[in-house]
Design a protein around this ligand. Structure first.
Ligand code: F6R
Length: 248
């Protein structure tokens, strides 16, 4: 795994947005679709802002883009402000020319008895779209990517998981208290992510420094699911100086 350190997240996010935009354009020139795996949370916000700016300036169209989001809380209504549906509309989809039929975000309203089939279908849709050309990731303090919490198997696909306590504590302020944070989520699996042709993981700030060190310099272990990215042939971790501060 390869890592790049930037003095701040603005500069880094611009570079990531440029890579995504150039991939979209390359595919457009060949009349091909571009399949993007997308993340929510604070880390990718500036990347989306930059992509929206490019679209507003007339430099970038999303007409050939198909998206698959990593995860969604369970249960969760798409209209709820804490939902990843709401987040994606607010930060990206409402502002670009993507075909709404090309947007896929795990459905947080699926009844528990239907979830296994739903997750199998999500995997099939990714496959039928041609696989993920690019996957954008953040990282949780537990080492999760998507919501693949510690204990996640490298062969895991899209499935329902129990959120780690630390992850729920980190989300508590968004939900006005820990008791309101959902206990479960649907997430793409480690193997879903590993099959992406290109992976970029973003980590900003001192709170991520310790997990970033374990991810990059530690052993490959399901205790730190992000460490599986060490086995990916085309993954880059993009850091600001604070997140990189514990690297040797
Ligand atoms: C979000 C996701 C999570 C976040 C991670 C970091 O779709 O899959 O893995 O990327 O929890 O969140 P932030 O960026 O808010 O620190």
């Amino acid at each position: 795994i390869h890592n790049e350190v930037f003095s701040n997240s603005e500069t880094a996010s611009k570079l990531v947005a440029e890579e995504i935009a150039s991939l979209i354009k390359q595919k457009q020139e060949k009349s091909e679709t571009c399949v993007l795996g997308l993340a929510t949370g604070s880390s990718p916000i500036k990347v989306y802002e930059e992509l929206v700016n490019m679209h507003r300036k007339g430099e970038l169209s999303f007409r050939n883009v198909i998206t698959f989001n990593l995860d969604e809380y369970l249960p969760m209504e798409p209209e709820q402000q804490q939902s990843y549906h709401y987040f994606m509309n607010q930060h990206l989809f409402d502002h670009v020319d993507i075909n709404p039929e090309n947007i896929h975000i795990p459905d947080g309203t699926i009844p528990v008895e239907d979830i296994d089939q739903y997750c199998i279908d999500y995997e099939i849709k990714i496959k039928e779209a041609g696989g993920l050309d690019f996957q954008l990731l953040g990282i949780g303090r537990t080492g999760h990517i998507g919501f693949n919490e510690p204990g996640s198997h490298p062969n895991s696909g899209t499935r329902m998981i129990n959120l780690n306590h630390v992850t729920r504590v980190d989300a508590a302020s968004d939900f006005n208290g820990l008791e309101n944070v959902p206990k479960k989520a649907v997430t793409m699996g480690i193997s879903t992510i590993m099959k992406a042709k290109r992976v970029i993981l973003l980590a900003w700030g001192h709170k991520k420094a310790s997990v970033v060190k374990n991810t990059i310099e530690g052993s490959i272990t399901s205790n730190i699911p992000a460490s599986f990215l060490q086995n990916h042939s085309n993954a880059t971790i993009i850091l600001d100086s604070e997140a990189a501060s514990e690297l040797t």
